[in-house]
Design a binder for this molecule. Structure first.
Ligand SMILES: Cc1cc2nc3c(=O)[nH]c(=O)nc-3n(C[C@H](O)[C@H](O)[C@H](O)COP(=O)(O)OP(=O)(O)OC[C@H]3O[C@@H](n4cnc5c(N)ncnc54)[C@H](O)[C@@H]3O)c2cc1C
Length: 397
C-alpha cells in the first residue's frame, strides 16, 4: 500500500496549492463583499490565469479541454481547491456544472454536446440541475410531480422546483420530469435540457439561506415550469433513465464534495490553531494552553486524517472495483465527513468567541453556507439507514 501522493499529479498539486494561497485567497474578501455578479470580471481574470497555467478543468475529460484526472487524482485536487470558497469555480470544476458536464459527456447527443457541453466546458456558460420539489420529499425523489408530456416532436414540461443551485444566470437547466407515469418508480422520470430563456421558465426567487439570498452562481432558486416546450431531442439519454443517470452523477459528486469539505476542514483547522496560539486568556497564557482547546485540536486532527483516508479509499474503490462495490463507502463518507466538518466549524467559532460569528474570518461563511452538507445529496439519516440495512442483512436481518 502506497500512501504517497501519486507522482502523476504531485507537481500539479504543488502548483495548485501555491495558486490558491497566492492568488485565489487574496481575492476572497472582494468577491464576498461585492457578490458573484459584480465580481464577474475579477473571477474571469482568475479563470484566465488558471487556463494559461494549464490547470483548467481538472475533472473534465481531455477531449473537451480538461486535464482528464482520475477520481482519486481529482479528489486530491478538490481538497486543495476546497481551501477557498472560490477554488472550484475558478478552476472550472464547480458543482453543479461538474456533474452536468459528466452526464452530458456520457449521454449527450452530438448536437447537445456542441450546443451545451462545449461552452460549459470552456466556462463560457453555466448550468443547473433541477430535481427537488418543495411539495415532495427530496429524500425520495421517485415521488415527483413535474411532468413532461409529449406533444408532436416536443415535450411540454409543467412543475415546481426549488433549491436549483446556481440557476440565477445559468444558460440551461437539466430538469428531472416524469415522462412514463405508468412505469416502475425508478423508470418514470427522464432528464431534459431546458434553456433558461424558454417561455414558461420562471425563476421566482433566490431562496434566502439563513438570511442570505445570494446571487448568480452563489444562489439556490425556486422555479416554476409552466408549459415549457422543448424538442424531444433535448432529452438526455434514454426515456425513463433519469434516476439511473442521477445515480451515476451522484457517486463521483460525493467524492468531490467530501474532498472539498476536507479542504474546508484544513482551512478551519489552520484558522483555529492560529487564533488559539495567539489569543491571550491572561497576562501570560494563550487559549492554546487550555485542555479543552487542546482536545478539540487533537480530535479535529484525527477526524480530518480519518476522513481523508476514507474518501480516497471510496474513490479508489469506485475506480478499481466499480460503483456497486463502493456503495457502503460512498454513503459512509457522505454523513461522516459532513459531520466532521460542521463540528469543527462550530468549535472553531466557539474558540474565536464573538469574532467567530462576524464576517471578519471565514468561519461564519462556512457556518451558513456549508450547513446544507448534511442535507443535500442524501440527508445523513437516509445514508445511515441504507448502510445499516446492508450491514445488518449480512447478519441475517
Ligand atoms: C445547499 C443545497 C443545495 C441543493 N442543491 C440542489 C440542486 O442543485 N438541485 C436539486 O434538485 N436539489 C438541490 N438540493 C435539494 C436537496 O437535494 C434536498 O434538500 C435533499 O434531497 C433533501 O430533500 P428535502 O429537503 O425535501 O427533505 P425531506 O425529504 O423532506 O427530508 C427532511 C428530513 O427528514 C429526514 N428524513 C427524510 N427521509 C428519511 C428517512 N427515510 N429516514 C429517516 N429520516 C428521513 C432527514 O433528516 C431529512 O433531512 C439542495 C439542497 C441544499 C440544502
Amino acid at each position: 500500500m502506497d500512501f504517497d501522493l501519486p507522482a502523476s499529479v504531485r507537481p500539479l498539486l504543488e502548483k495548485i496549492e501555491k495558486f490558491v494561497a497566492d492568488v485565489v485567497m487574496p481575492a476572497e474578501a472582494e468577491v464576498m463583499e461585492k457578490g458573484f455578479v459584480a465580481s464577474a470580471p475579477r473571477l474571469a481574470e482568475l479563470r484566465a490565469q488558471v487556463k494559461a497555467a494549464g490547470m483548467w478543468g481538472p475533472s473534465l475529460p481531455k477531449d473537451v479541454g480538461g486535464l482528464g484526472l482520475s477520481l482519486v487524482e481529482h479528489g486530491l485536487v478538490s481538497e486543495r481547491l476546497g481551501r477557498s470558497p472560490l477554488g472550484h469555480y475558478v478552476f472550472g470544476c464547480q458543482a453543479p456544472d461538474a456533474g452536468n458536464l459528466e452526464i452530458l459527456h456520457k449521454y449527450g447527443s452530438a448536437e447537445q454536446k456542441a450546443t451545451w457541453l462545449e461552452p460549459l466546458a470552456r466556462g463560457d456558460i453555466r448550468s443547473c440541475f433541477s430535481m427537488t420539489e418543495p411539495e415532495n420529499p427530496g429524500s425520495n425523489p421517485t415521488i415527483m410531480s413535474t411532468t413532461a408530456r409529449k406533444d408532436g416532436t416536443d415535450y411540454v414540461i409543467d412543475g415546481h422546483k426549488w433549491f436549483t443551485t446556481a440557476a440565477d444566470g445559468a444558460a440551461f437547466a437539466i430538469v428531472m420530469a416524469v415522462t412514463n407515469p405508468e412505469a416502475s418508480a425508478h423508470a418514470r422520470a427522464s432528464m431534459i435540457i431546458v434553456p433558461t430563456d424558454t417561455q414558461g421558465f420562471e425563476l421566482t426567487r433566490n431562496i434566502k439561506i439563513m438570511g442570505d439570498p445570494g446571487e448568480g452562481y452563489g444562489s439556490h432558486s425556486e422555479i416554476w415550469y409552466r408549459g415549457v416546450r422543448v424538442p424531444q431531442a433535448n432529452r438526455l439519454g434514454p426515456e425513463g433513465a433519469g434516476f439511473l443517470i442521477a445515480q451515476e452523477r451522484l457517486g463521483p459528486g460525493r467524492i468531490h464534495h467530501c474532498m472539498r469539505w476536507i479542504g474546508i476542514c484544513e482551512r478551519v483547522f489552520d484558522t483555529m490553531c492560529n487564533h488559539i496560539t495567539r489569543r491571550k486568556i491572561d497576562d501570560e497564557k494563550t487559549l492554546a494552553t487550555r485542555q479543552i482547546a487542546q482536545a478539540w485540536v487533537a480530535e479535529a486532527r484525527a477526524e480530518i486524517n480519518a476522513s481523508r483516508l476514507m474518501v480516497l479509499h471510496a474513490a479508489w474503490t469506485i475506480e478499481n472495483k466499480g460503483f456497486d462495490r463502493a456503495r457502503d463507502e460512498v454513503s459512509t463518507i457522505k454523513f461522516y465527513v459532513a459531520d466532521v466538518m460542521l463540528r469543527l466549524v462550530d468549535r472553531a467559532i466557539q474558540l474565536h468567541g464573538a469574532l467567530g460569528i462576524t464576517s471578519d474570518t471565514i468561519l461564519s461563511y462556512y457556518y451558513v453556507h456549508e450547513r446544507g452538507a448534511r442535507i443535500y445529496d442524501g440527508p445523513d439519516e437516509v445514508h445511515k439507514m441504507v448502510v445499516a440495512k446492508r450491514i445488518l442483512s449480512r447478519y441475517g436481518r
